[in-house]
Design a protein around this ligand. Structure first.
Ligand SMILES: Cc1cc2nc3c(=O)[nH]c(=O)nc-3n(C[C@H](O)[C@H](O)[C@H](O)COP(=O)(O)OP(=O)(O)OC[C@H]3O[C@@H](n4cnc5c(N)ncnc54)[C@H](O)[C@@H]3O)c2cc1C
Length: 308
């Protein structure tokens, strides 16, 4: 039996960031599943809050794409406005955080059993048993561990992203706001290429809109297309933060903006909050975790309320 103080299940952004923020003196296990990691695409647009959380940790800063700061044009029913977002390569970011972890035990899992016994969580995999007092559930959209812990599923939708040849000069970065019918789309310059992302169901409308609105953006044939779901809450009650010293973080909790799927801010914010309450030895860690997430939950509730 391997005894850990904290087990983190899932090594996407929230799991890695949580491992990074935990007190170095704690014994930490990071349980990862390689099968899904390489498939997951991301627009890589990062809010100012998320950028500040990334700046706060000590990792090499080579995860920015060119241009590092992109101007997003937010198109709303009443007009449009610009805002600045950081433009990151999420895979490079994850690799940078993973490469900087020192005292974290990493365990590859493809199948495992999760149970609770006498106040501790038990994870059985590969013939080994791990026991931990605190559990961080960070397995992303359609989290399997949510179900194992007795919670209902959070809603999700499919997204797709296509990559095209051509640098920043050939495209504008666009984000349609939540008030547009359906969902938004994005065109993001990524060095010598750019990506276009949207719901597969909106493809015809989106590509027609791009052709009409940005005639200079010649798309041509995609170099490749990736698909992946993103959390989209149907109601606030689907948000689950955990209890009994287990903490749902990132998309496993449902922490993504329902209008846009922007989930990096929620992943980092919740991961840091879980790490801090676990590191501080708080008497009521789950209550403190919920209190730290209250502003984020309020923002998600407001976003949900604006959706048609
Ligand atoms: C096409 C697309 C574009 C996006 N663009 C943006 C964007 O521009 N800006 C933004 O803010 N957000 C964006 N997002 C959302 C953002 O990528 C996620 O919200 C964020 O990565 C969530 O982090 P996470 O750690 O919760 O989940 P993930 O990053 O998905 O990590 C979950 C991890 O858990 C692992 N895992 C899954 N099941 C198990 C299991 N049973 N056991 C162990 N491990 C498991 C997975 O392999 C994965 O590594 C986008 C999402 C998609 C799909």
């Amino acid at each position: 039996m391997v005894r850990l103080e904290v087990a983190i299940v899932g090594s996407g952004l929230s799991g890695l960031y949580c491992a990074k923020c935990l007190d170095d003196r704690l014994s930490v296990g990071l349980f990862y599943s390689r099968a899904l990691v390489k498939e997951k695409p991301c627009g890589g647009l990062v809010s100012a809050e998320a950028a500040a959380l990334l700046d706060a940790i000590d990792i090499p800063r080579d995860y920015f794409h060119s241009p590092a700061i992109a101007v997003a044009q937010i198109v709303e029913s009443g007009g449009s406005r610009d805002c600045e977002l950081r433009n990151v390569d999420r895979r490079a970011l994850e690799a940078a955080i993973a490469g900087s972890l020192r005292r974290t035990l990493t365990v590859r899992v493809e199948g495992y059993r999760l149970s609770r016994e006498g106040g501790a969580y038990l994870i059985e995999c590969g013939g080994e048993e791990y026991s931990c007092a605190g559990l961080v559930v960070a397995d992303g959209v359609n989290s399997r561990n949510r179900a194992l812990l007795g919670y209902g599923p959070a809603g999700s939708i499919a997204l797709e992203q296509s990559r095209y040849a051509g640098g920043a000069e050939r495209c504008r970065l666009v984000r349609l706001d939540e008030v547009t019918p359906g969902y938004y789309y994005w065109i993001v310059p990524k060095g010598k290429a750019f990506i276009v992302g949207c719901r597969p169901a909106d493809r015809a409308r989106v590509y027609g809109d791009i052709a009409a609105r940005f005639p200079e953006t010649a798309l041509g044939e995609p170099l490749g297309t990736e698909r992946y779901p993103v959390t989209k809450l149907r109601e606030l009650g689907e948000l689950e933060l955990g209890r009994d010293r287990h903490f749902l973080v990132g998309e496993a909790a449902g922490l993504a903006m329902p209008s846009s799927g922007e989930g990096i801010t929620g992943a980092l914010w919740s991961a840091k909050a879980a790490a801090e309450v676990l590191s501080s030895g708080a008497a009521e860690p789950n209550a403190e975790y919920a209190a730290r997430l209250a502003p984020l939950v309020a923002a998600i509730a407001g976003d949900l309320g604006r959706l048609p």
